[in-house]
Design a protein around this ligand. Structure first.
Ligand SMILES: [Zn+2]
Length: 337
C-alpha cells in the first residue's frame, strides 16, 4: 500500500496589476466556466468594483459588518442563487472571512480577491467572525482561487501592507513555539507545513525595504501570505503561523479593544520579544522592521509596563496552545520586552 497525503490547493493563483478587469479571462484560462457570479464586497468598494470588474451584469451583495449574523444573511441570499454560482469575495480580510464562512456552509465556490494584504487569511482555512461580544474562530473551505490585483492593493493604506508583513514575520515566533510544544509536550509538527512557513518568512526578509509599497514588493508579499496559508492548510490548523505572539495580539483585542491596531502590526510587534525568550538574536529582524515602519515592541504600540503585564498573563491563560509563555516567569520575561 502506498501512503500519501492530499491537501486542498486552490485551482487559481494570479497576481499582477489590472486583474480585477480580467476575472473571466483568468477563469477561462483554467478551463473553467461560471455563467453566474455573485460579487460580495463592502459598500465603500462598490463603485471601484463596478467600474473595474469585467462583466457588468454581476449580482452584488454588500457586506455591512463582519458578524456571524451577516454571514447568515449571505447564506440566505445564496439560497436564491443558482447552485453553480461563483462568489467573488472582493475586499479586506473580514469580507473574505464572511464569504469563506457562507461559501463553506452553502458548499459553493468562491474566489478570494483581496483589496488589501493585511493578513494571511487570503488563503488560510481559518475564519474569524464576531458574534455579539466575542470572536468566533472556525475553519472553512479554501477558495477556488486567489486573485491579487496589485494595482488595487497598492492603493490600500500603507498600514494594511505593513500588517501583512507583520503577519508573515510572526511565523518565526510561531515556529519556535511549535517546536517547543513538540519537544516538551510531544505535539506533532508537520515538516512540510513548517518548511513552507519558514520559506514565507525567509522570502519576506529578502525584500528590499526601500522598495516598500511597489507592485513588485506587493506581489512578493502576496506569495509569502499564500505560502503561510498553504502551511496552515497542510497542518490542518493555524499552528505554523500562530503562536504566543498571536495570543498576545488577541489579548490586546480583548483587554484594550479601543486601542487595538491591525492584527499583523500587533503580532509583528510581539515577535521580537517572543524570539528573545527563545534565545534568539533579533537585531537583523528589528532593523528590517524599523525600515518598513513596523513597531518592534508592545511599548512602541503604546502600552505601559503594567498593561503589558496584564496582556502577557491574559495571553498565557486564554489559549490552550502550549507556547513559551507557559514556560517562563512572566514578570522576569517582561524584562525582554
Ligand atoms: Zn495572523
Amino acid at each position: 500500500m502506498l501512503f500519501t497525503l492530499s491537501t486542498r490547493l486552490p485551482v487559481i493563483l494570479s497576481v499582477g496589476p489590472g486583474l480585477l478587469g480580467r476575472i473571466d479571462q483568468i477563469i477561462a484560462r483554467h478551463n473553467l466556466s461560471f455563467p453566474n457570479k455573485l460579487v460580495v464586497t463592502m459598500p465603500v468598494l462598490k463603485s471601484i468594483v463596478i467600474s473595474q470588474i469585467d462583466g457588468s451584469c454581476h449580482d452584488i451583495f454588500l457586506v455591512e459588518n463582519y458578524c456571524l449574523t451577516e454571514a447568515d444573511r449571505l447564506i440566505k441570499h445564496l439560497e436564491s442563487c443558482p447552485p453553480d454560482t461563483l462568489i467573488l469575495a472582493v475586499g479586506g480580510g473580514q469580507v473574505i472571512d464572511v464569504v469563506k464562512y457562507a461559501a463553506t456552509r452553502a458548499a459553493m465556490n468562491y474566489l478570494s480577491i483581496p483589496t488589501a494584504l493585511s493578513n494571511d487569511g487570503i488563503y488560510s482555512p481559518v475564519i474569524v467572525l464576531s458574534d455579539s461580544s466575542k470572536r468566533i474562530r472556525t475553519n472553512g473551505n479554501v477558495p477556488l482561487g486567489i486573485v491579487v490585483d496589485t494595482a488595487i492593493v497598492k492603493s490600500a493604506p500603507k498600514a494594511a501592507i505593513r500588517s501583512g508583513i507583520g503577519d508573515v514575520i510572526s511565523n518565526r515566533a510561531a515556529l519556535f513555539d511549535w517546536q517547543l510544544a513538540s519537544d516538551k509536550y510531544g505535539e506533532f509538527v508537520n515538516d512540510f507545513a513548517r518548511t513552507l512557513s519558514m520559506m514565507s518568512y525567509d522570502m519576506l526578509l529578502t525584500l528590499d525595504p526601500d522598495d516598500f509599497g511597489s507592485e513588485d514588493f506587493i506581489s512578493r508579499l502576496a506569495y509569502c501570505l499564500v505560502m503561510s496559508g498553504l502551511a496552515m492548510e497542510i497542518a490542518g490548523s493555524s499552528r505554523p503561523c500562530s503562536g504566543s505572539e498571536h495570543a498576545i495580539s488577541h489579548a490586546i483585542d480583548e483587554l484594550f479593544p479601543q486601542r487595538s491596531n491591525y492584527h499583523g502590526i500587533q503580532v509583528g510587534a510581539a515577535t521580537p520579544f517572543i524570539l528573545r525568550l527563545h534565545g534568539q538574536n533579533t537585531a537583523i529582524l528589528e532593523e528590517f522592521m524599523n525600515k518598513i515602519g513596523l513597531p518592534v515592541s508592545l511599548e512602541q504600540c503604546g502600552f505601559m509596563p503594567d498593561e503589558i503585564a496584564r496582556i502577557l498573563i491574559h495571553a498565557r491563560d486564554s489559549r490552550s496552545r502550549k507556547t513559551i509563555l507557559n514556560e517562563v516567569d512572566l514578570a522576569e520575561a517582561q524584562k525582554f520586552c
